[in-house]
Design a protein around this ligand. Structure first.
Ligand code: GLP
Length: 242
């Protein structure tokens, strides 16, 4: 596992965008695993800037980690919509190569369809990940089985609270999602995890220096041979270095 600590969140996001751009440039038909969340917005801005400077995403195929159950693709708080606004609207990726679990279908059917698409078009060359404040990856909350695959999950109360900021005051955030499983994530050829800010420091320390186990889903990434963790100094502030 490589750990890169940057002086600022901007620099951490810029390195993340650069690693993704390199994968896209090197491969004729790159397969990316993509993530949402506030952390990733500057990463997509960096990729859009790379596109304006000449990088083509025409050969890209993308698989998003997760989606809220109950939200249709055009719902303003759906992850499918987030991806459209942050990234897809601004680049040349063909719409039929975009895969996001469907929040408006039966969750078991949506999960099975997503796994089938991944089996057909994978493996993922580079999986982008954020980190939840409780150490979750995708929506694999503490306790999620290491062998889990794409499935319906119930969100932890702290995750529902953390996501409330993206919803209007009169809307309650969804409590159920479809997420890629931990085993699904670990099948990617390479993984890049980006975490910034002091509120991730505890989860980062547990991921990198705590016990490897389901109590901190991020720690299970230490079983993968090609993982780059990109942090700013605040997110790295809980590390002892031992
Ligand atoms: C959400 C997403 C994760 C994301 C995480 C952190 O719940 N499902 O994929 O990495 O929380 O989000 P943020 O970047 O907004 O802190």
């Amino acid at each position: 596992m490589r750990v890169h600590v940057h002086q600022s969140a901007e620099a951490a996001a810029a390195e993340t965008a650069r690693l993704i751009s390199e994968t896209v440039r090197e491969r004729r038909e790159p397969v990316l695993g993509l993530a949402t969340g506030g952390t990733m917005q500057p990463v997509y801005a960096g990729l859009v800037a790379a596109h304006r400077a000449g990088l083509s995403f025409a050969g890209l195929r993308s698989f998003n980690l997760d989606e809220y159950v109950g939200l249709p693709p055009d719902h303003p708080q759906s992850y499918r919509h987030y991806m459209q606004v942050q990234f897809f609207d601004h680049v040349d990726v063909p719409p039929d190569r975009i895969h996001v679990p469907r929040g408006d279908l039966d969750p078991d059917d949506a999960a099975a369809a997503f796994e089938a698409e991944l089996a057909q078009h994978g493996p993922i060359d580079l999986q982008l990940l954020g980190l939840g404040r409780n150490g979750h990856i995708g929506f694999n909350e503490p306790g999620a089985p290491a062998g889990s695959r794409t499935r319906q999950v119930r969100l932890a109360p702290s995750t529902i609270e953390a996501n409330r900021r993206f919803f209007d005051r009169d809307q309650s955030p969804p409590e159920v999602a479809v997420t890629m499983g931990i085993a699904t994530i670990l099948e990617a050829r390479s993984i890049v995890l980006l975490a910034v800010g002091a509120d991730k420091a505890q989860a980062v320390a547990a991921m990198l220096e705590g016990a490897i186990g389901v109590a901190c889903p991020g720690s299970l990434l230490r079983r993968h041979s090609d993982v780059t963790v990109i942090l700013d100094t605040e997110a790295a502030s809980g590390l002892s270095g031992d």
